[in-house]
Design a protein around this ligand. Structure first.
Ligand SMILES: *[C@@H]1O[C@H](CO)[C@@H](O)[C@H](O)[C@H]1NC(C)=O
Ligand SMILES: *[C@@H]1O[C@H](CO)[C@@H](O)[C@H](O)[C@H]1NC(C)=O
Ligand SMILES: *[C@@H]1O[C@H](CO)[C@@H](O)[C@H](O)[C@H]1NC(C)=O
Ligand SMILES: *[C@@H]1O[C@H](CO)[C@@H](O)[C@H](O)[C@H]1NC(C)=O
Ligand SMILES: *[C@@H]1O[C@H](CO)[C@@H](O)[C@H](O)[C@H]1NC(C)=O
Ligand SMILES: *[C@@H]1O[C@H](CO)[C@@H](O)[C@H](O)[C@H]1NC(C)=O
Ligand SMILES: *[C@@H]1O[C@H](CO)[C@@H](O)[C@H](O)[C@H]1NC(C)=O
Ligand SMILES: *[C@@H]1O[C@H](CO)[C@@H](O)[C@H](O)[C@H]1NC(C)=O
Ligand SMILES: *[C@@H]1O[C@H](CO)[C@@H](O)[C@H](O)[C@H]1NC(C)=O
Ligand SMILES: *[C@@H]1O[C@H](CO)[C@@H](O)[C@H](O)[C@H]1NC(C)=O
Ligand SMILES: *[C@@H]1O[C@H](CO)[C@@H](O)[C@H](O)[C@H]1NC(C)=O
Ligand SMILES: *[C@@H]1O[C@H](CO)[C@@H](O)[C@H](O)[C@H]1NC(C)=O
Length: 558
C-alpha cells in the first residue's frame, strides 16, 4: 500500500513539478473586465478605469494556497498588464504582470493569469502596471485569508471593510503622461479619493455640494477588520477614524505586534490591516480621513479624503472640524518613529502553523550589499528621467526570461552597479545579477527631495533599519536583528535611508521599483535576476502554455 502511494505521489511529482501544481488545493476562477467608464469622483465628469464595471475594482478574495485563475479582458484602447504586488508568485514570475516578465495584453485581447497564493495571508491589491494607468483606476483589493487550521492572532472579526485611498488628478492618465513626457511636474493633486469617491462636505467652503462620498455602515459593539491600501500616485496619506482606535494587526502578509494608533501614515503602494471596535456612543456619525502628509496645509486644504462611518443607531450626521493630523512642526522624526515601531509578532503563526519569528534572519551572514541611491530627476538626452545609481531604466520590449529561453541576445545587461556612481545618468536596460540562495542587504538612499517608496516583487523583505542622513557601514549597529517587520513595500524618507534584508530563495526575474508612479514612469526601477545556475526545471517554472510573445519574438504569437 505504502509502495503504491509513494509511486503514485512520485507520478504526481513528475507530472506537476515543472508546471502549476493544482494538486489538492482548490481553484478560484474569476474574470476581470477592464474598461473605461465615465464618473465624476470630484464633481466633474471624467473617464476612469473600471474593473467589471466597478471603481475601485472587484475584490478578489481567496484563501492561502488557493490556485488563482484570473481571466483579464483588456477593453481599453492601450496595452494592459495587471500586477499583484506582494503576492509572491513562487518560482513563477511568468504571472507577475510587469514588462520584464510579461508581454502586454493588447487592446481587445484577454489573457488568463494562473498562480498559487502559496503560504501567504493578508491584505494586498492589484493594479494596472503600464502607461500610468493606475492614475485612472483599474485597481482592486486582493485578500488572502488564513486556512481554518491556522489560527489568526486575534478573535475572528465580525466583518471585513476594504478602503482604497489615494491622491487623484482630474486629468486622466494619458494627460498626466503628457505632462511628465513634457518634463513638467504633475503639480498638486485635485483631491484624495476613498473607495473611488470624493470628500464628504465637511466644510462648505472647501467641498462643493453634490459630491458623492463613501459611507461605511457598521453595527455598534462589533470589531471590524479594516484593510487599507494607498493606491495613489505618490502622496503619503495620514489615515484616521474620528474617536476610534486603529489596532494595527497586519501589513503586506505579516502579523504585527498589535498596537493602537489614533492615526497612521500610509505611503503610496502600502497596505495595512487594522481592527476597529465600534465602541463609541453614536451621538453622530464619525469622519474617516485620509489627508496629505508633509505638505503646506494651506495650499493642500482641498486635497483631503473624507468618508463617513455610520453606526446603525447613529443619532445624526457628523459636522465640525476633522480630527487633527499629526503635528511634526517641532519634531520631524514623528512619522519615522511610527514606522520603526511596526514589529512582527514573532510568536504568531503566519500562513503556516509555525511561528513567524522562527526564521532567524538576524543570524544569517549577508552575502552581498547593494547601495541604491536616488536623486531628483535629471535631463538625459533632452528628456526628464529618474534614475537609480545613475541608470534610468529603459522599458523592455521582451520579457527577460522569455528572451533567455529563445536565446534573443542583447535585449538587457546584467551589470547594474551595486554602488552609487558619479557618472552622468544614462538610459539603459540593466538588471542586478543576484545570486540564487544569497542573503542580501539593500540600502535605499533617498537623495531626492520627496519621500520615495520602493517595492520588490516576488519577495518579502526585512526592514532592519531606517534613519536620516547618509548610510554607512556603522549604521548596521542600529539594525533590528530580532523582530523587524517583513513586507514588500517600504518608504524612504527624503535625505534618509532604509535598509532591507532579502533571502533570495525565489527564482525568477523580479521588479524592484519606485512605487511613486511618476518616478517609476521616469525610469526609477530595475530587476533582480535570481536564477539557479544548476537550473534543472525545479527552481523556476517553465513558461505557461498561453505565454504571450512580443518585440523580437512577436512572430511566434498566434
Ligand atoms: C484623457 O484626456 C484627454 C484630454 O486631456 C482626452 O483627449 C482623452 O481622450 C482622454 N482619454 C481617455 C481615455 O478618456
Ligand atoms: C480568453 O477568454 C476565453 C473565455 O472567454 C478563454 O476561453 C480563453 O482561454 C482566454 N484566452 C486567454 C489567452 O486567456
Ligand atoms: C502575538 O501572537 C500571539 C499568538 O497568536 C497572540 O496571542 C498575541 O496576543 C500576539 N501579541 C501581540 C502583542 O500582538
Ligand atoms: C472574503 O470571504 C470571506 C468568506 O470566505 C468573508 O468572510 C470575507 O468578508 C470576504 N472578504 C472580503 C474583503 O470580501
Ligand atoms: C472651512 O474652511 C475654511 C478654509 O480653511 C475656513 O476658513 C473655515 O473656517 C471653515 N469653516 C468651518 C465651518 O469650519
Ligand atoms: C486598543 O484600543 C481598544 C479600544 O478602542 C481597546 O479595547 C484595546 O484593548 C486596545 N488594545 C491594545 C493592544 O492596546
Ligand atoms: C458620546 O461621546 C462623545 C465623545 O466621546 C461625548 O462628547 C458625548 O458626551 C457622548 N454622548 C453621550 C450621550 O454619552
Ligand atoms: C504655505 O503656502 C502659503 C500660500 O502660498 C504661504 O503663504 C505660506 O508661507 C506657506 N507656509 C509654509 C509653512 O511654507
Ligand atoms: C558568518 O560569518 C562568520 C565570520 O565570517 C562565521 O564565523 C560564521 O560561521 C558565519 N555564520 C554562518 C551561519 O554561516
Ligand atoms: C543619447 O542618445 C543617443 C542616440 O540615441 C545615444 O547614442 C546616447 O547613448 C544617448 N545618451 C544617453 C546618456 O543615454
Ligand atoms: C552573475 O553572478 C554569477 C556569480 O554569482 C556569475 O557566475 C555570473 O557570471 C554573473 N553573470 C553576469 C552576466 O555577470
Ligand atoms: C544629497 O546629497 C548631497 C551630497 O551628498 C547633500 O549635500 C544633500 O544634502 C543631499 N540631499 C538630500 C535631500 O538628501
Amino acid at each position: 500500500m505504502n509502495m503504491i502511494l509513494s509511486w503514485f505521489s512520485f507520478f504526481i511529482h513528475i507530472v506537476f513539478l515543472s508546471n502549476l501544481c493544482f494538486c489538492d488545493d482548490p481553484t478560484i476562477s474569476t474574470s476581470l473586465h477592464v474598461s473605461y467608464q465615465t464618473l465624476s469622483p470630484l464633481g466633474v465628469p471624467e473617464r476612469v478605469i473600471a474593473v467589471n464595471g466597478n471603481f475601485p475594482g472587484t475584490v478578489i478574495n481567496v484563501t492561502t494556497n488557493n490556485n488563482v485563475v484570473v481571466n483579464v479582458f483588456n477593453d481599453l484602447d492601450e496595452d494592459l498588464l495587471i500586477t499583484w504586488p506582494g503576492v509572491q508568485m513562487r518560482r513563477n514570475a511568468w504571472e507577475d504582470g510587469v514588462l520584464g516578465t510579461n508581454c502586454p495584453i493588447p487592446p481587445k485581447w484577454n489573457w488568463t493569469y494562473q498562480f498559487q497564493a502559496k503560504d501567504q495571508i493578508g491584505s494586498f491589491f492589484y493594479f494596472p502596471s503600464l502607461n500610468f494607468q493606475r492614475a485612472s483606476g483599474g485597481f482592486g483589493a486582493f485578500v488572502i485569508n488564513n486556512r481554518d487550521i491556522v489560527p489568526i492572532p486575534f478573535a475572528q472579526p465580525y466583518q471585513d471593510i476594504v478602503l482604497m485611498i489615494g491622491d487623484w488628478y482630474s486629468r486622466n492618465h494619458t494627460a498626466l503622461r503628457k505632462t511628465l513626457d513634457g518634463g513638467k511636474h504633475l503639480g498638486i493633486p485635485d483631491g484624495v479619493l476613498i473607495n473611488g469617491k470624493g470628500p464628504y462636505q465637511y466644510n462648505a467652503t472647501l467641498v462643493p455640494a453634490g459630491i458623492q462620498y463613501t459611507q461605511i455602515d457598521v453595527e455598534p459593539g462589533k470589531t471590524y477588520r479594516v484593510r487599507v491600501h494607498n493606491v495613489g500616485i505618490s502622496t503619503t496619506l495620514n489615515f484616521r477614524i474620528q474617536n476610534h482606535n486603529l489596532l494595527l494587526v497586519e501589513t503586506e502578509g505579516r502579523y504585527t505586534v498589535q498596537t493602537n494608533f489614533t492615526n497612521f501614515d500610509i505611503h503610496a503602494g502600502q497596505s495595512y490591516t487594522f481592527l476597529v471596535s465600534t465602541d463609541q456612543n453614536a451621538s453622530t456619525d464619525y469622519y474617516i480621513v485620509a489627508s496629505a502628509r508633509y505638505v503646506n496645509a494651506t495650499v493642500w486644504q482641498k486635497v483631503t479624503g473624507v468618508a463617513v462611518l455610520h453606526y446603525k443607531n447613529s443619532k445624526g450626521p457628523v459636522s465640525g472640524p476633522l480630527p487633527s493630523p499629526p503635528d511634526d512642526t517641532f519634531y520631524k522624526g514623528l512619522s519615522m518613529d511610527q514606522a520603526r515601531s511596526i514589529r512582527q509578532n514573532t510568536s504568531a503563526s503566519g500562513a503556516r502553523p509555525n511561528p513567524q519569528g522562527s526564521y532567524r534572519y538576524g543570524q544569517i551572514n549577508i552575502t552581498h550589499t547593494y547601495v541604491l541611491k536616488v536623486m531628483p530627476p535629471v535631463t538625459i538626452n533632452g528628456s526628464i528621467r529618474a534614475a537609480i545609481n545613475g541608470i534610468s531604466f529603459r522599458k523592455p520590449n521582451i520579457p527577460f526570461r522569455l528572451a533567455d529561453q529563445h536565446k534573443v541576445k542583447g535585449t538587457y545587461k546584467v551589470d547594474f552597479p551595486s554602488k552609487p556612481t558619479n557618472r552622468t545618468p544614462v538610459i539603459d536596460s540593466s538588471v542586478i545579477n543576484a545570486t540564487y540562495k544569497g542573503f542580501i542587504e539593500i540600502v535605499l538612499q533617498n537623495n531626492d527631495t520627496t519621500i520615495q517608496n520602493f517595492h520588490l516583487d516576488g519577495y518579502s523583505f526585512y526592514i532592519v533599519g531606517m534613519d536620516y542622513g547618509d548610510w554607512s557601514e556603522n549604521s548596521r549597529g542600529s539594525y533590528n536583528k530580532w523582530d523587524a517587520i517583513s513586507r514588500s513595500t517600504t518608504q524612504v524618507y527624503p535625505g534618509g535611508w532604509t535598509a532591507i534584508l532579502v533571502s533570495l530563495d525565489n527564482a525568477g526575474v523580479w521588479n524592484l521599483r519606485s512605487e511613486n508612479l511618476d518616478r517609476w514612469y521616469l525610469g526609477q526601477e530595475t530587476y533582480l535576476k535570481v536564477v539557479n545556475p544548476e537550473e534543472n526545471g525545479e527552481t523556476e517554472m517553465k513558461a505557461p502554455d498561453n505565454v504571450l510573445y512580443c518585440g523580437p519574438l512577436h512572430y511566434l504569437q498566434k
